[in-house]
Design a binder for this molecule. Structure first.
Ligand code: 13P
Ligand code: SF4
Length: 300
């Protein structure tokens, strides 16, 4: 029996659904029930009919699934798969920020810990941030944590000023304006897609700043035959699989999130086999964090 067959058999026995982020290894995406961006996977986690959710991604994503599903068992194949950006702010730091800005609304990017979500009024993902942030009135003061780049991108789109926490993604910092210029020179005419976690000058040098789900949609719907992709290279697997007639070029092959690569077929099989690495978000944090995530899902 192949390891893929072992995993699928175990998933059936355990009544488990396997969710994989677009950045995970190709072989992990291929064995999963659903592959998607943070928003698509959070929505799936909120509605899926399974007793067990195995989250192949990073810890905050599995935590979000656990927050949304108090009655289900959420497993993560490799619990050390963290997100350095999510760890750039603590719950105590959000409390201190709110104390400095009484009356302000605190908004967290989904790339944050449960204790940070518990301090916030609203959560966003890169896939819905513009839509969700547009629901705040022009007079509302906004504190946006932890990603300065996503926050800066959305405030720019909406013509607003937010107080931005200086967090960032180390993987998306690898892309430079020079790298984009080199990719354009190598593939003339191909549009450049980058993730909103990229810095402002990089976003300005690109054609579109999109979530990973937005990139998949663009690739599907666009008539472009060649596309330059500025995000974690794991997404190329899905883009190429879904669009075999199109060619995708990474801005750089060096854009790898080491944590997203920690899920392997072996640790996925082992966690299902042993039902280990259960993600537990303690109370009252889980209940408090659920408000911000459900407020987001209610908007779309
Ligand atoms: P998406 O929600 O666009 O998939 O982004 C998740 C992420 O961690 C990007 O670095
Ligand atoms: Fe976190 Fe960046 Fe990895 Fe996404 S790519 S999980 S933001 S470190």
């Amino acid at each position: 029996m192949t390891i893929q067959e072992e995993i699928r058999n175990l998933a059936q026995t355990r009544k488990a659904v396997i969710l994989a982020h677009n950045y995970t290894r190709g072989e992990v995406q291929d064995v999963a029930d659903y592959t998607g961006d943070s928003l698509e996977l959070a929505r799936k986690a909120a509605t899926v009919d399974a007793e067990v959710i195995v989250f192949c991604g990073v810890y905050f994503m599995a935590e979000t699934a656990a927050i949304l599903n108090p009655g289900k068992t959420v497993l993560i194949p490799e619990p050390s798969a963290g997100c350095p950006m999510a760890d750039m702010i603590t719950g105590a730091q959000v409390r201190a920020l709110k104390a400095e800005h009484p009356g302000a609304k605190a908004v967290c990017y989904v790339n944050s810990t449960a204790e940070v979500k518990a301090e916030c009024d609203m959560c966003v993902t890169s896939g819905n941030a513009e839509r969700v942030m547009a629901t705040f009135g022009p007079d509302e003061e906004i504190l946006f944590v932890p990603d300065q780049h996503l926050g800066g991108h959305i405030s720019g789109l909406l013509g607003r000023t937010y107080t931005l926490w200086p967090g960032y993604c180390p993987t998306h910092q690898i892309i430079t304006v020079k790298g984009i210029a080199e990719a354009r020179a190598a593939h003339p005419g191909a549009p450049v897609l980058v993730h909103p976690e990229c810095a402002k000058d990089v976003r300005a040098a690109a054609d579109h700043a999109l979530s990973t789900g937005g990139m998949c949609k663009f690739a599907r719907e666009s008539s472009e035959k060649e596309i330059i992709v500025g995000t974690e290279t794991g997404i190329l697997h899905r883009l190429r699989k879904e669009n075999p007639e199109k060619t995708f070029y990474p801005v750089t092959e060096r854009m790898i999130c080491p944590n997203m690569k920690k899920t392997t077929l072996e640790n996925l099989r082992d966690c299902l086999q042993e039902m280990k690495n259960v993600v537990v978000v303690p109370e009252p944090t889980a209940t408090q964090a659920r408000r911000a995530v459900q407020a987001m899902l209610a908007i779309g």
